[in-house]
Design a protein around this ligand. Structure first.
Ligand SMILES: [Zn+2]
Ligand SMILES: [Zn+2]
Length: 247
């Protein structure tokens, strides 16, 4: 409709007056919608260089840009590179919990913006983004897949394509919170596959796996294995937050 632009331009200040933008963490008034206030921004640990080339674990000192952390020298979470916008810690945890269990659509644009900043290089090197899927039963209970919301927002920022049907979670895995790293790997091994009709979309493609949180990397590793098994040329990962300790 021709008038929609005019209405859109008028509606914004009116909405700002009725609902002034609030900090996504503490709800204080802020000037920009989809942002944090200064004190909350300062508390969140955004990952910046120097960091491990494979898993984005932050380093405390300057190193060669291809340097790997001790964990990745033994075993990388993904054959490609992983980038993470934030450290998953006591500050970011409540925000991520809200994102996962209720405020997904309102928080996704801000979170995707952070991810696009940290993942610029990986996004340039991507043919298609694939969200880590939820099992259908969990999707029904939760109503949305937080990884797919992030993909959708990233596609608006980067003009990149994404497809939530490429990977399927074939069995519901037990909640991973209390499991050790070895148990997690066993728990998710073979939980993902690429359906036959989606294989052409994967063959020889550079894929960017997208998820909200990485802990041990077992889930991303299992997804990458399924995609590479279906003929993907390269699999990188981009997450909103990662734990700094891999158990
Ligand atoms: Zn705040
Ligand atoms: Zn690493």
């Amino acid at each position: 409709m021709k008038t929609s632009g005019v209405v859109g331009r008028m509606a914004r200040p009116v909405l700002d007056f009725v609902l002034p933008p609030r900090c996504a963490m503490c709800k204080l008034d802020v000037s920009e919608p989809q942002s944090l206030c200064g004190p909350c921004w300062a508390k969140v640990t955004f990952i910046t260089d120097p960091a491990c080339a494979a898993c984005d674990r932050p380093f405390e000192y300057l190193v060669d840009e291809n340097a790997l952390c001790a964990a990745c020298v033994k075993e990388r979470p993904l054959p490609g590179a992983l980038r993470s916008a934030l450290v998953y810690d006591d500050v970011s945890r409540p925000l991520l919990m809200r994102f996962k269990h209720g405020d997904g659509t309102s928080l996704a644009p801000m979170m995707a913006k952070w991810m696009a900043l940290r993942g610029t290089d990986l996004l340039k090197d991507t043919d298609i983004m694939v969200p880590v899927p939820l099992h259908w039963s969990r999707l029904l209970a939760r109503r949305y897949n937080q990884a797919a919301l992030l993909c959708r927002e990233l596609s608006f920022i980067e003009d990149a394509s994404w497809d939530p049907h490429i990977l399927k979670r074939t069995r519901r895995t037990a909640s991973q919170g209390h499991l050790s790293k070895v148990q997690r790997i066993t728990n998710v091994a073979a939980a993902f596959h690429v359906p036959e009709r989606q294989r052409a979309q994967v063959k020889d493609k550079r894929i960017l796996l997208v998820d909200d949180v990485m802990t041990t990397g077992a889930t991303l590793g299992a997804c990458a294995k399924a995609l590479l098994g279906a003929g993907a040329r390269q699999v990188n990962g981009l997450v909103l937050a990662r734990t700094v300790f891999r158990g």
